[in-house]
Design a binder for this molecule. Sequence first.
Ligand code: V47
Ligand code: SF4
Length: 373
Amino acid sequence: MEEILTNFCTDPALLEIARKVQAGERLDFEDGMRLFRSPDLLGVGYLADIVRRRKHGDRVYFVVNRHINHTNICVNGCAFCAFSKEEGDPAGYVLSLDEIVARARDSWGLGISEVHIVGGLHPKLDLDYYLEMLTRLRAAVPGVIVQALTAVEVDYLARRHGLSLEEVLVELRAAGLDALPGGGAEVFAPRVRELICPKKISGERWLAVHETAHRLGLCTNATMLYGHVETLAERVHHLLQLRELQDRTGGFQTFIPLAFHPRHTRLEAEVPFRTTGYDDLKTLAVARLLLDNFDHIKAFWIMIGPKLAQISLSFGVNDFDGTVVEERITHAAGADTGQVLHRAELLRLIRAAGRTPVERDTLYNVVREDFRH
Ligand code: V47
Ligand code: SF4
């Protein structure tokens, strides 16, 4: 093994980590720091790929889905967000329930298995709006899984109505909510939140929403917004806090690192550049290595581009997200990716990387895997 590792890992600091990975041992905080600090991107990627291969072999998952961002009006006004507008701003919008249902129905014809709905904290949209949205979607697109509302939106509804997190989630689930997406986590460190999203719920509260959802049997995802003012230590802490909750609940399905896009945000002067390809691949690979109890690591091609997402399949990633169709949050902040990747293109990218594509639903049930070449 020593010989293989010295062929692939040029950084001696990686050798002890390589031994742990080979033995299936858990990595600790210091290992996470060594991985982030190592200049040996290929070595770190090689180790992450060992873990990915052990868990998934050649299989790479994708989902035929549609994102809907129902409103950009938000009382939080996070400094990193170019999507949100204040109430009364002419650029603000709220989709009517008819429009939301029409968008879901349009995509239903294309065979979507998931709608992904997230938006701002609109002071006038109450729990009834969301319950009716879910009820109408269930009737209009039966069988399609609704993954909706970040922990931040769930907390807002609970506080607005004086309800507990459990009460809100139980009502949402009864109306048709199937799973929660992973947004709103950003970086849990209070220092970072104070700088980039002072009005947003704390990291503890974000974790509490997910813990409650898991207890009620709802699966959720987790994210980390990286590439702004956070330190590497704060990234590692964030990942370990997720791992700790996952140890207790097992309710997370996927981890998705989100690459910060600065354009038109209030952080643009301080952080003028986007993340580099090196950092994107490194972050995905380190996440794969630290989050040993997460089944899936997803590359969100909207943020890092389809080509780098394809390369990331050799750096620990086993999920390509999906067709998406319409995305406003990252595009408001300067993303130059398209809005949609059709199923055929996802298949082509995954196959060209030497992997076997598997179409999944939100809960990782196989929708289809016998694709003809
Ligand atoms: O919560 C906001 C982030 C998130 C910017 O669960 C930004 O499967 C980069 O959570 N630059 C929403 N990111 C998106 C999200 C997501 C995406 C794909 C899949 C899943 C999933 C979840 O986008 C927000 C925030 O963390 N965000 N502004 C920005 N300027
Ligand atoms: Fe609002 Fe979410 Fe944007 Fe923050 S990231 S301003 S909570 S929409």
